[in-house]
Ligand binder design. Structure first.
Ligand code: SF4
Ligand code: SF4
Length: 291
């Protein structure tokens, strides 16, 4: 099973539009939405949840009041002001606790335990385009790299069970921990960028991350006609890095209309859809995914 990740140097470049299009065009695949901090692929793919499991990505300290001798050592040990005095005892504020364990380590009578905390959910859903695995992080939870890894593991498992040829991953934007988790173990990456100098800078950084993981990388320039000269510069940069530019997608307000209608853009007959189809043609040839 080929693992293809679609990423971008930053959010808002049109990554999900590209993933939605590839999801509609590719056959025999499982889809994973690893953009867990801002998931929006489900808006295009109209999933029907079949199974939901809890995700415990962080820990929460808990004081056993029966053992607590009220010494206040945990109050001093906590850098996050999460230990609150209540009369002559103490309690943990779950909103402030970071689960670092310093209080448990410092407690002289072992009255504090760290317990797994519910941090989000992993959904397995059916869509008209195949099985979708998607994560949902609860507000305030920060361990998104771990959730990305779990979403991918479950998607790989399902892909194997279904005999899928492709695992299509909507990766996290940027170059942080979630994008690293999105790229880890992938065979190929498509970086979606747009024609601006800031985007060129982000592109260079994200290519560096993909190269570190030895992932075969391709580039797509979205809204390329809005600044054709910068698009040209990006294409030159990509070529200089030994990377292929799979296509230049023109700006089209129909893309937003399709999104509002909850429809992958290739379901419509537009110039954008034509370019996305030719991008998939090239990509499926490169990755040997033609049926
Ligand atoms: S350090 Fe332990 S014994 Fe002391 S106040 Fe905190 S929980 Fe109670
Ligand atoms: S686990 Fe860390 S953040 Fe939470 S209460 Fe203990 S010391 Fe504070």
């Amino acid at each position: 099973m080929i693992e293809l990740v679609v990423i971008s140097g930053k959010g808002g470049t049109g990554k999900t539009t590209v993933v939605g299009a590839l999801a509609a065009l590719a056959r025999d695949k499982v889809i994973a939405d690893c953009d867990v901090d801002a998931p929006d692929l489900h808006l295009l793919l109209r999933p029907k949840a079949e199974k939901t499991v809890s995700y415990e990505g962080s820990k929460l300290a808990e004081i056993d009041v029966g053992f607590c001798i009220g010494c206040g050592t945990c109050l001093e040990a906590c850098r996050f002001d999460a230990v609150l005095p209540v009369g002559n005892k103490f309690r943990i504020d779950p909103l402030s606790c970071e689960g670092c364990g310093a209080c448990a380590h410092a407690c002289p009578v072992g009255a504090i335990e760290l317990r797994p905390r519910l941090s989000g959910w992993i959904h397995v859903s059916r869509t008209p385009y195949g099985t979708l695995v998607h994560g949902e992080l609860l507000p305030g939870e920060g361990a998104s790299g771990k959730l990305v890894t779990q979403v991918k593991m479950r998607a790989r498992e399902l892909g194997r069970l279904e005999g899928a040829k492709l695992l299509l991953v909507d990766g996290a934007p940027g170059i942080g921990c979630p994008v690293i988790a999105s790229l880890s173990g992938a065979h190929a990456a498509v970086v979606v960028t747009e024609p601006s100098l800031a985007a060129l800078h982000d592109l260079a950084r994200v290519i560096g991350v993909a190269r570190h993981f030895r992932v075969r990388t391709y580039v797509v320039i979205n809204k390329a006609d809005l600044a054709a000269d910068v698009a040209e510069r990006i294409e030159g940069f990509a070529r200089g890095q030994g990377l292929s530019v799979l296509g230049r997608i023109p700006y089209d307000e129909g893309v937003i209309e399709a999104q509002v209608a909850g429809q992958p853009v290739v379901d419509r007959s537009t110039a954008v859809a034509q370019v996305l189809r030719s991008i998939w043609d090239r990509l499926s040839q490169e990755l040997d995914l033609r049926a």
